[in-house]
Ligand binder design. Structure first.
Ligand code: QAP
Ligand code: CO
Length: 171
């Protein structure tokens, strides 16, 4: 089932999402819906709060060389914790909840992630490059934060102006 994605400035995006404690069929169906919704919207990452569910769950599926995002490349990340973040890197980020806007954001370069899979098993992964950036972007959603909040004052002003203009034209 494809779920509606909420977009800025919807205040729900500011929610602090709660930990998942039941790794049951309902969670599994919801994760399936998140993957379907992300692919349908041409995304590479999606956090639960973006479909109005305030739980600490996110999905990431980076495209392969052919641009495909097969299910075997899907990462389902629940209750994540970043350990040992290192270095800094810049990337031009976008967000399904801030459609049509992309801007450079600074992130940690590499990290280790502790999280649970859909069955509640404890997992660890080491991430670099785009995966590391995607993880940090999505975990920010779980904490009610958007990438536009990391922009400098002037770039944020530029964003607000462009975004309002775009919303008006869409109507
Ligand atoms: C987060 O972002 C991310 O504006 C995932 O019109 C960002 O999937 C991970 C998208 C940067 C790694 C690096 C955005 C699709 C998708 C748009 C997305 C749009 C259509 C964003
Ligand atoms: Co996002």
């Amino acid at each position: 089932m494809i779920l509606p994605i909420i977009t800025y400035p919807n205040k729900l995006l500011k929610t602090l999402s709660r930990e998942v404690s039941d790794f049951d069929g309902e969670l599994h169906r919801f994760l399936d819906d998140m993957y379907e919704t992300m692919l349908h919207s041409n995304g590479i990452g999606l956090a639960a709060i973006q479909v109005a569910n305030p739980i600490r769950a996110l999905v990431i599926c980076l495209p392969d060389e052919e641009g495909n995002q097969p299910r075997e490349n899907l990462l389902e990340i629940i209750n994540p914790l970043i350990l040992d973040p290192q270095g800094n890197t810049m990337y031009q980020e976008g967000c399904l909840s801030v459609p049509g806007f992309y801007e450079d954001v600074e992130r940690f370069c590499t990290l280790t992630l502790r999280y649970h899979d859909r069955y509640g098993n404890e997992c660890h992964l080491e991430a670099t490059d785009l995966l590391s950036i995607a993880i940090q972007h999505e975990i920010d959603h779980l904490d009610g934060k958007l990438f536009i909040e990391k922009l400098s004052y002037n770039r944020r002003k530029k964003f607000e102006k462009e975004y309002k203009k775009m919303l008006k034209e869409k109507k």
